[in-house]
Design a protein around this ligand. Structure first.
Ligand code: HEC
Length: 130
């Protein structure tokens, strides 16, 4: 009798595993997909802000223009969004080409006035260029 109970407990726990595991996983992947979609929208929004504010006059995505390319900026900020937002709010010093900061400084008047939401999108876009 004991053996049967033990066996049925074992069977039940095994079957519940196989029932719940796949559904858990698909729930997780739905959440992940939603997250990536949201992040993708955020990046697209940031790109529009970047273009609208004429950052593209000096910054190209991957090639050196009048200013460091976004991929170069990213190599300094290493994906640290908070740190980049701090710079855009003029709360931290330049680290990429401090000697040319004079050319960049005027643009921070624009970014300083942006909402946290816009700054978040802008930084997401800038850091998405590897
Ligand atoms: C007139 C040209 C020019 C425009 C327009 C411009 N930048 Fe820059 N930017 C520069 C130069 C030059 C540097 C390099 C100096 C430096 O590192 O601060 C720079 C550097 C940066 C950096 C790296 C800061 C660091 O830590 O050194 C960021 C981030 C940045 N720009 C963001 C922007 C954004 C966002 C815009 C649009 C709102 C913008 N830039 C518009 C010229 C420009």
């Amino acid at each position: 009798m004991k053996k049967i109970t033990l066996l049925s407990i074992l069977f039940l726990s095994l079957s519940s595993f196989s029932i719940f595991k796949p559904s858990n996983r698909s729930l997780l992947s739905i959440k992940k997909t939603k997250y990536f979609l949201q992040e993708d929208e955020n990046i697209q929004k940031g790109k529009q802000i970047f273009i609208k504010n004429q950052c593209t006059l000096c910054h190209k995505e991957k090639t050196e223009g009048l200013a460091p390319a976004l991929s170069v900026i990213n190599s300094f900020y290493k994906g640290d969004k908070d740190k980049l937002i701090k710079f855009l709010k003029r709360e931290s010093d330049p680290i990429v080409m401090p000697e040319s900061f004079g050319i960049m400084a005027a643009n921070l008047f624009k970014t300083k006035r942006m909402s946290d939401e816009d700054l978040n999108a802008l930084a997401s876009y800038m850091l998405s260029i590897k």
